[in-house]
Write a protein that binds this ligand. Structure first.
Ligand code: NAP
Ligand code: 8YV
Length: 320
């Protein structure tokens, strides 16, 4: 990091949050970077004022961004780390002529792997089985049976890039696939025109929907009731899609069999009550969190910035 005047020749870059230290280290060498998250409110405002007319790009986590950046009138690019761009205000980017890039595709495999891990964890009760073995409870008798996957139906809400990678992984487990999107796709899976219809036919309902207003609380009490007491809910999309009170109630009352969650509404806070339950697996938003995947995501952030400063087309522009 440098102050505004000390490095001449390197473009100014505002780094909004500590999204990936390895990538930020690289950016620190390439650009005259400013680590926004390290500043207090007054310093942030001062930095925005100082950078007016000099700084055209920011790098940020895709799902979490500081709204102060929109006060930077010279801003032309938000290079976002992550595929889900619910942290970006697209009304403001459109109004201010700011391009947005994200990091699609390179994380599909890691996130799909984690989704499958959650499905297996839920249906075979692996977390509790591990503690059963570790604590010696096994000496008192066998562990309760789980449920097989073969012949069951996996319902995917949001069959996009990652959803399709999950469906491909589900095939060798002999799962039938159904899905709900706004638009029917040319795929050999059962299309459901509503989430309730999807839940009704699913043994496992997996949410891979993007966040944002359109999907807020769409996994609600009605959908969970339709899923039913033998079935599981898995969320690897966004916590904002779930009515977390309704889900807690469904888990506590046995209205559904269990859940596996990687994402929550107000991360890193997990709502009270969840941690006390045995029928839920709680993960700390680690879908894309492998060394290789995060590095590939960082490379896209770097490459989109380089394209912007070279006056070239972005590699992965988000068109809203
Ligand atoms: P994608 O390719 O854009 O897929 C999203 C799918 O959701 C699309 O097929 C879309 O189809 C459908 N969809 C969008 N809005 C909908 C709505 N209102 N109702 C029904 N279906 C809707 O995105 P992706 O790359 O697979 O990523 C999906 C999301 O996963 C991201 O936005 C992010 O929030 C989340 N994610 C989580 C992690 C993690 O670590 N847990 C990691 C990466 C991504 P239609 O357009 O036909 O509706
Ligand atoms: C990351 C994600 O947790 O890509 C997304 O949308 O949610 C995840 O890959 C996030 O991008 C880390 O900043």
């Amino acid at each position: 990091m440098s102050n505004l005047t000390s490095i001449i020749g390197k473009p100014e870059l505002l780094v909004v949050n500590d999204f990936h230290p390895e990538t930020i280290k690289f950016l620190d060498r390439q650009y005259s970077t400013h680590h926004f998250w390290k500043s207090g409110a007054a310093e942030k405002q001062q930095l925005i004022n100082d950078l007016q007319g000099k700084c055209t790009a920011v790098a940020t986590a895709s799902w979490d961004c500081d709204p102060l950046i929109y006060e930077l009138e010279s801003l032309r690019l938000i290079s976002a780390f992550g595929v889900g761009v619910d942290g970006i205000d697209f009304e403001r980017t459109a109004a201010q002529g700011i391009q947005v890039s994200n990091t699609p595709d390179v994380l599909d495999d890691a996130v799909a792997d984690l989704a499958v891990a959650l499905i297996l964890n839920c249906t075979r009760n692996l977390i509790n089985a591990e503690s059963f073995a570790r604590t010696g409870e096994w000496n008192k008798g066998p562990f309760q049976f789980g449920h097989s996957l073969a012949g069951k139906t996996l319902g995917i809400a949001g069959l996009g890039r990652i959803g399709q990678a999950i469906a491909a992984r589900a095939a060798p487990f002999k799962l039938n696939i159904a899905y709900h999107n706004r638009n029917k796709k040319d795929v050999p899976y059962t299309f459901c025109s509503s989430l309730t219809e999807l839940a009704e036919i699913s043994d496992i309902l997996l949410c891979m929907l993007p966040g944002g207003e359109e999907t807020r609380n769409v996994i609600n009490a009605e959908v969970l009731a339709a899923l039913g007491k033998q079935s599981y809910f898995v969320n690897v999309g966004r916590g904002s899609s779930v009515d977390e009170e309704a889900l807690l109630h469904a888990l506590k009352t046995g209205a559904i069999a269990g859940a596996g969650l990687d994402v929550y509404k107000n991360e890193p806070h997990i709502p009270d009550g969840y941690a006390d339950l045995k029928n839920v697996v709680l993960l700390p938003h680690i879908g894309s969190a492998t060394v290789e995947t995060r590095r590939a995501m960082g490379q896209l952030v770097i490459d989109n910035l380089a394209a912007h400063f070279a006056g070239n087309s972005l590699l992965t522009e988000v068109r809203s």
